[in-house]
Ligand binder design. Structure first.
Ligand code: ADP
Ligand code: MG
Length: 317
């Protein structure tokens, strides 16, 4: 597999009232060209921070982000500005991410203006083209304001804006979480269709496994700033290796009968990232935890078939 994106030992810290919060604590992963990697984990585990750090919207504290052979963390601001056209972000809250005072046509055209496409006729042509691609009627929608649209339509507008510069990598940060359940499938289908049409590579962030199952080639599971497990979607669903992955699978409302049930996995709130547990960060909620888990940070190890888990006592071993 030819990685388009490669993240190595990425660390992102926030200063919270003089204390260091390690939101991303040494994450390494790759996303192959044309691949969709799902990134899941509970709210607060660092998914958005990781996505923003890839785009250098939040400067990493350590580690590297390599996109198509270029290391981004050391790139100058002008070079990064040019690079940003190739990497785009779609946010969770489509309505909040659209300027309420600008018409849809201007919102979608804005990346072209910033990229220096001076020819107005050319911009109009491309705006109309991408609007049709995402299922919006240009003649009806171009002159309207965001508040005249539903959440699902606003997400279509955001997707059009993200795609107009024909990026190669799109980071979708919980793109359907804020939408009505009834229209989630439409937006997921649209993203799949756009992926095929534009040959995109996707990093698809969600807080539950059910959403990413249908769209992801591989899934990465994050817990308190670290990767717990990463592997091919089918394999991870059929035989989760990390007890945390098993917990997430159990939380899916209609369980897949082929999924092995994880006995006695602790529930409850994750610990604060300001004071993560020693050793394995998941040990305080894990029924398999022993002294080794408190003493040693588990490294990602291959379980087999491209599935890796950071666990001293993996389930499928
Ligand atoms: P997720 O997207 O998985 O819900 P986030 O990346 O938003 O997680 O947050 C990871 C951790 O970093 C959380 O504990 C959150 O409270 C903290 N955090 C996020 N953004 C900031 C910020 N700007 N300043 C301080 N802490 C932050
Ligand atoms: Mg988030």
């Amino acid at each position: 597999m030819n990685p388009l994106l490669s993240i190595d030992d990425l660390t992102v810290e926030y200063d919270v009232g003089g204390k260091t919060l390690s939101a991303v604590a040494g994450v390494s992963l790759t996303v192959g060209k044309g691949e969709t990697l799902g990134l899941v984990g509970e709210s607060g585990c660092g998914k958005s921070t990781l996505g923003r750090a890839v785009l250098q919207l939040r400067k990493p504290t350590g580690g590297t982000v390599t996109f198509d052979g270029t290391e981004l963390t050391t790139l100058g601001s002008e070079a990064m500005r040019l690079m940003r056209r190739r990497l785009q972000l779609i946010f969770q809250d489509p309505i909040a991410s659209l300027n309420p005072r600008r018409c849809i046509g201007d919102i979608i055209a804005e990346p072209l203006v910033i990229a220096g496409v001076a020819d107005k006729a050319e911009r109009d042509r491309r705006v109309r083209e991408v609007m049709v691609a995402v299922g919006l009627d240009p003649d009806n929608a171009l002159g309207r304001l965001p508040h005249e649209f539903s959440g699902g339509q606003c997400q279509r507008i955001c997707i059009a804006r993200a795609l107009i510069l024909e990026p190669e990598l799109v980071i979708c940060d919980e793109p359907v979480s804020a939408l009505d359940v009834s229209i989630r499938a439409q937006i997921l289908n649209l993203l799949e269709e756009m992926k095929r049409r534009y040959g995109l590579t996707l990093l698809f962030i969600a807080h539950d496994l059910a959403v990413v199952k249908a769209v992801s080639d591989r899934i990465a599971v994050m817990y308190l700033g670290k990767l717990a497990e990463i592997g091919p979607t089918e394999r991870l669903f059929a035989q989760p290796a990390h007890p945390y992955t098993a917990l997430l699978l159990e939380a899916i409302p209609v369980p897949d009968p082929t999924v092995r049930p994880a006995a006695n996995v602790a529930v409850g709130e994750p610990p604060s990232p300001l004071a993560p547990p020693s050793g394995c960060r998941f040990r305080t909620r894990c029924p398999r935890a022993d002294a080794k888990c408190a003493a040693e940070v588990p490294q990602l190890r291959e379980i087999g078939g491209g599935q890796f888990a950071a666990c001293h006592h993996p389930l499928s071993a």
